[in-house]
Design a protein around this ligand. Structure first.
Ligand SMILES: Cc1cc2nc3c(=O)[nH]c(=O)nc-3n(C[C@H](O)[C@H](O)[C@H](O)COP(=O)(O)O)c2cc1C
Ligand SMILES: [Mn+2]
Length: 442
């Protein structure tokens, strides 16, 4: 059988990267509060008992670069390159007859969202949300598939609210269906192998099917099964599949919701989803992702780091590593500097490749881009604020920008002057990296 979320959880557990929580928790705030505490330990979490529900809940499976590395069987430093290498040749999915997500099929009034432990994460969130569902839809003109993650707010046992708007692909697809006065069929899959969540968080060209990237990353075709009530196919190993449609010409209030930037997105009129069926495994797991958590950022970062790496390498620079953590609007890029001034070209290439980027700090190869403290150290001790800044006013930036504060960019050259390593060599304590502290603690 194909690798699935359960297999990945087992792998994390063997590597001591999983924490099980046996005590019953409330899906309103308490689950989220425990997750926030554990986030700093860099472990995934399984909540074995959630008050009011029969399903366990898993979260934080992408919570660190070490966990991303586990998905790709590589080292934390090499995840971006491994992602790039595997992305090169796409592999189409295949449709199979049945799969674990069909072990239980509930149609019509047997299907109810009330069975699912949707989590309320933040104080002012409007209510419980689906946050880790990958939404499968098809363009009504071309039949091309799209997969993305969009938050969905609980409204009642049969209804969710959902935000989608162009240029995001699901918004374009829904617009096309609505122009024909047609509802848009969708399937929301929760509890997937991490690679499916990863491709759903990746922006490809419009019309490019994210599940062909899932095949490429898996290095074998992703197995899909046909849905019961909508003309769509979903990953066979999903824990839970919620089938239904987005109503045409209907908008109802959704929000507030604590989002990616750690702010509340206000109430807005958004789309309405009507449930048609739920299929799931015999004993399914629910999955949740808290927006703006390290998990959310790592998930969104990886494909965008690959984009930056590709663009900067194209410019001729020798890139060591790229990081978009802890916020995907700021990048740190380490290079083997070849020319004075090159870091500004590196920052310009990065801004050109990825429009949400606001800051790009370019550092030397001896700086750890995954350690924000180390990047600050390089800025403090190596940057020349007089000559090393690249300011780009009035560029294209993050789109939800009420106060017009994200439409300019700053590149920072935090590299040491070229060929001056005798002055800029970092001091080192021999043995500090290799000794085992346990040997000294008695
Ligand atoms: C946990 C999580 C939640 C997300 N929620 C939303 C959302 O509510 N609305 C949205 O437009 N994008 C959301 N995104 C980002 C999109 O999934 C992402 O931009 C994706 O690439 C869009 O797909 P598309 O390129 O096919 O349009 C979310 C991403 C993650 C990881
Ligand atoms: Mn897409």
């Amino acid at each position: 059988m194909q690798e699935d979320l359960r297999g990945f959880i087992e792998k994390l557990e063997k590597a001591d990267l999983l924490q099980r929580i046996p005590r019953a928790v409330d899906p309103r705030f308490e689950l989220s509060a425990v997750s926030k505490k554990v986030e700093r330990l860099g472990k995934a979490l399984v909540f074995e008992q959630v008050k009011g529900y029969d399903l366990p809940v898993v979260t934080n499976v992408f919570g660190s670069r070490t966990m991303l590395a586990m998905i790709f069987d590589t080292t934390p430093e090499d995840v971006v390159r491994e992602f790039m290498k595997r992305s090169e040749a796409r592999i189409d999915p295949v449709i199979v007859d049945g799969g674990p997500c069909k072990e239980v099929v509930k149609l019509g009034s047997d299907a109810t969202i009330d069975e699912l432990p949707l989590v309320t994460h933040c104080e002012k969130d409007a209510g419980p949300y689906v946050t880790a569902g990958i939404i499968v839809a098809k363009d009504p003109e071309t039949g091309r598939r799209n997969v993305s993650i969009n938050r969905m707010m609980y409204k009642d046992a049969q209804t969710l609210a959902c935000r989608m708007m162009p240029p995001q692909h699901l918004g374009i697809i829904q617009g096309k269906a609505e122009a024909r006065d047609m509802p848009l069929e969708i399937a929301v899959c929760v509890g997937n192998h991490p690679l499916e969540n990863l491709v759903a968080s990746t922006t490809l060209a419009y019309g490019d099917d994210e599940l062909t990237l899932a095949g490429a990353l898996r290095r074998r075709p992703l197995e899909l099964v046909r849905c019961e009530t909508v003309d769509l196919e979903v990953p066979a190993t999903s824990e839970i599949v919620i089938e239904g449609e987005i109503l045409a010409n209907v908008r109802e209030p959704e929000g507030p919701f604590g989002d990616l930037m750690q702010y509340y997105v206000p109430i807005m009129d958004n789309h309405v989803f009507r449930l048609k069926a739920i299929t799931h495994r015999a004993h399914p797991m629910w999955q949740t992702i808290q927006a703006s958590s390290l998990e959310d950022v790592h998930l969104l970062a990886l494909s965008r780091e690959a984009k930056l790496m590709r663009a900067v390498e194209q410019s001729g620079a020798k890139v060591k590593a790229v990081s978009l953590v802890p916020t995907i609007m700021s990048a740190a890029i380490s290079i083997e500097k070849q020319f004075e001034g090159e870091p500004k070209n590196v920052a310009a290439a990065a801004f050109g490749a990825y429009s949400w980027l606001k800051y790009c700090v370019v550092v030397d190869h001896d700086v750890d881009v995954f350690d924000v403290g180390d990047v600050w150290w390089a800025m403090a001790t190596r940057s020349d604020v007089g000559r090393g800044l690249l300011r780009m006013p009035d560029a294209l930036g993050f789109p939800r920008d009420l106060f017009h504060i994200h439409q300019a960019k700053l590149g920072i050259d935090a590299t040491a002057p070229l060929n001056q390593w005798q002055e800029f060599e970092r001091k080192r304590v021999p043995g500090s990296d290799t000794l085992d502290l346990q040997d000294y603690l008695g």
